[in-house]
Design a protein around this ligand. Structure first.
Ligand SMILES: Nc1ncnc2c1ncn2[C@@H]1O[C@H](COP(=O)(O)OP(=O)(O)OP(=O)(O)O)[C@@H](O)[C@H]1O
Ligand SMILES: [Mg+2]
Length: 391
């Protein structure tokens, strides 16, 4: 699929923007802080309804005095010769809304599935090197694109988690323990229902991603290391006190929702007192991790800088193959945000080779020369929230 045109109103540093993209490679160039990442963030937002940079959406509305009420992202997308006009309204003080071909969508998430994206960015290294939240964000972003209904499941899970945590804190602080405890049972059931769906779906998705990762890794890495992904869950391992200390988590292999629900229920029963003492939900998909292995050692803490880069690129390339084969919109839009400056010459040209034939690629760079010349790109210049055709 591809994007023919994007219009922005009051999105990030754009008051308005109108950009017509070409099929193939599009390059956004401009000095730091001009709005290159903001523009691709708008496209990425349409594919996941979340921002990789911030929680919530309010920072996406242009900051100005007097306060601006609404940001709009409008995209004319095309797949297989058919156009779709997609529009999201982000409202400061009323619910956000989506329109598809000018008709109001019942739910915001109905807009998902039309535009799929895979983004390569310097922060991808964090997926390999940093804490579990980076790996959860990676797999969840892919999951929402493969199965848009999960956008709803995540929202439900997060809501239940927040309310359950409040209740646990209340039960700890007040003498009304009895009432709090019986309410807790009801919340447990919702937590288990939404949480087990997420855990099982992640396991299943990782199973499908695994062979694609092996293939992708071999296409970029020089060494013949074997990359693997293992799903580790708080539902089966020792109960963690520190959120980022995932060393004690154990492998989970079941992608059967009912089975995972059983594990979840049993675990909650086992740690009830512990949770009441701490006033927080200690197990569930929000505490799980993916362990990335390279030749039988965890990449985190063992892999070299170059190997970590290859792993991160491999994960993104595997995501492209997966979206291509499992979604109705074909090639996802590839966003390469500031990556070429970070890569050595060898990886630069190999990445260029691997993305060159995708239906549409959008690249940002502060310095145009960092982008390999063999990527014959249509060039746009970005300066202070204005985009001009530099061709
Ligand atoms: N809600 C907002 N309202 C107004 N301006 C914003 C908003 N959010 C971000 N900005 C501004 O957008 C600019 C950053 O834009 P962006 O991240 O797109 O830069 P960039 O062109 O990608 O730069 P770099 O080359 O450094 O990555 C910053 O100056 C920031 O202050
Ligand atoms: Mg940027």
């Amino acid at each position: 699929m591809l994007i023919k045109h994007i219009s922005l109103a009051n999105f990030r540093n754009y008051e308005t923007a109108e950009v017509s993209f070409s099929p193939g490679v599009n390059l956004l160039v401009g000095p730091n802080g001009q709005g290159k990442t903001n523009l691709v963030e708008a496209i990425r937002y349409l594919s996941t309804l979340s921002s990789h940079r911030v929680a919530g959406y309010l920072p996406l509305i242009r900051h100005a005095q007097p306060e601006i009420e609404q940001a709009v992202i409008r995209v004319l997308a095309n797949h297989d010769g058919r156009d779709a006009l997609l529009e999201v309204e982000l409202n400061r003080s009323s619910p956000n809304r989506a329109r598809i071909n000018k008709a109001n969508a019942t739910r915001l998430r109905d807009i998902l599935g039309y535009v799929n994206t895979v983004t390569f960015a310097p922060e991808d290294l964090d997926i390999v090197k940093k804490d579990p939240s980076n790996r959860r964000a990676f797999i969840d972003e892919l999951l929402v694109q493969v199965s848009p209904r999960f956008a709803g499941v995540f929202t439900d899970y997060e809501r239940v988690l927040r309310q359950r945590n409040t209740l646990l804190r209340t039960a700890r602080q007040t003498s009304a323990k009895g009432t709090a405890l019986s309410t807790l049972d009801a919340w447990d059931e919702s937590l288990v229902k939404f949480g087990a769906e997420i855990v099982a779906a992640r396991v299943a998705l990782v199973d499908r991603l695994r062979p694609l990762l092996t293939e992708a890794y071999q296409s970029i890495a020089i060494a013949n290391n074997d990359p693997r992904i293992v799903t580790k869950s708080s539902l089966v391992g020792a109960t963690l006190v520190d959120e980022d200390d995932t060393g004690a988590l154990e492998n989970i292999e079941s992608s059967d929702v009912a089975e995972v629900e059983e594990l979840f229920r049993a675990k909650l029963a086992q740690i009830r007192q512990n949770e009441l003492d701490r006033g927080i939900t200690m197990v569930g998909p929000h505490r799980d991790d993916l362990v990335l292995m390279l030749s039988d050692l965890p990449a985190k803490g063992y892999a070299s800088h170059g190997e970590s880069w290859s792993f991160a690129l491999g994960l993104r390339l595997a995501s492209i193959s997966l979206l291509r084969s499992e979604t109705r919109s074909g090639d996802p839009i590839l966003i390469l945000d500031d990556v070429f400056a970070e890569l050595d010459a060898g990886r630069r040209s190999r990445l260029a080779e691997l993305v060159a034939n995708n239906e549409q690629v959008i690249i940002t760079a502060a310095v145009g020369e960092d982008v390999p010349a063999e990527l014959k790109a249509r060039v746009f210049e970005v300066a202070a929230g204005e985009v001009s055709d530099g061709a």
